[in-house]
Design a protein around this ligand. Sequence first.
Ligand code: CP3
Length: 355
Amino acid sequence: MSPNQPEPTSRFLRACRKLPVDRIPVWMMRQAGRYQPSYRAVRQKVGFLELCHSPELIAQVTASPIDEFGFDAAILFSDILIHLPAMGLDLSFEKGEKGKGDGGPKIANPVRTRADVDALKIPDPARDLPYVAAGIRAIQRTLAGRVPLVGFVGGPFTVASYAVEGGSQGFTRLKTLLYTDPAATHALFEKLTRAAIVQLQAQVEAGAQAVQIFESWLGELGREDLEAYVFPYLARIAEAIRPMGVPTILFSTTTSTHIGPMSKLGYDVLSVDWRIPIAEARAQAPDLAFQGNLDSILLLGPQKLLLDRTRALLEEGSRRPGYIFNLGHGITPPTPPENVKAVVDAVHAFPVPRG
Ligand code: CP3
């Protein structure tokens, strides 16, 4: 935080800055989604991309979990792949067929060669994605200062995995590209990094008060390749956003073995999954704030276990300032909304120890 900036008042932004809080802030990844009857009702009427293109619907869907559950932060309703059409990729979301899974992103012309990489355009958010900034302004009118808004983009590795595989089809093609054509891989990550930076800048200018980088699948690479191919780009994103004065959160999964190096990339908050205890993560990066890390599937289970684990996590997380309660990954569609409400209430009932 720059010295001339006033201290934030919201729990969430205070925790990002490791300032003392009255209660532990809580939000959940995918807090707006198919587990909510209100979201399913919207999706009965419009397709997923259509929803992401409508500022009014973006505002409605983003604000709904704040009204329904009392979360301490809102997250922009959009997608990490939203800009791919502007880069030249033909993106669609398949309708989930009954009994055949939930569907997912499809790219008809995936990136496979150096020529494909060279053909990718850097999006201009004002021209290509005007509904995102308009959505953020509409969200801010709807929220009216109740909670801060988190903007986001996908990390270069995670977005590349969809761009190269053509959908949620693993990592073999991307990793093969990386091992056979390092220069093309760097060129691809370079473009995806520039695309990430311009989008985050536009989101912050429109009113996002924190940003999260979803580098969900980072754990697919070993340390050597992370250091060579991904960490430098993640550091560039953090560096580009730092002057804008909003906290930055780096989210990834199955990366517990890389907390030390990840803590040096310039982010304020690391969002970790359930594979590492918060106290252990914190011991490896004492200067950072942490977010996480309840197993999302606990939300499907018996409520007693869910609340026991919630309280155990609160005991551990609240020992030092700089903790945001969240899941280790997103809420899944079969989650009963009453379990989400029970967790939020338990977090807000938990007395924060005085430091
Ligand atoms: O509430 C929020 O978290 C904000 C909105 C948000 C969505 N996607 C909405 C969405 C955010 C932050 C994302 C990020 C995202 N998108 C990630 C990173 C997070 C993660 O889960 O690791 C990824 C990998 C994507 C790409 C993506 N979008 C996939 C693979 C899918 C299909 C799988 C699925 O969960 O359905 C989507 C679709 C998507 N994005 C949905 C939502 C609510 C479901 C679409 C629907 O309504 O049918």
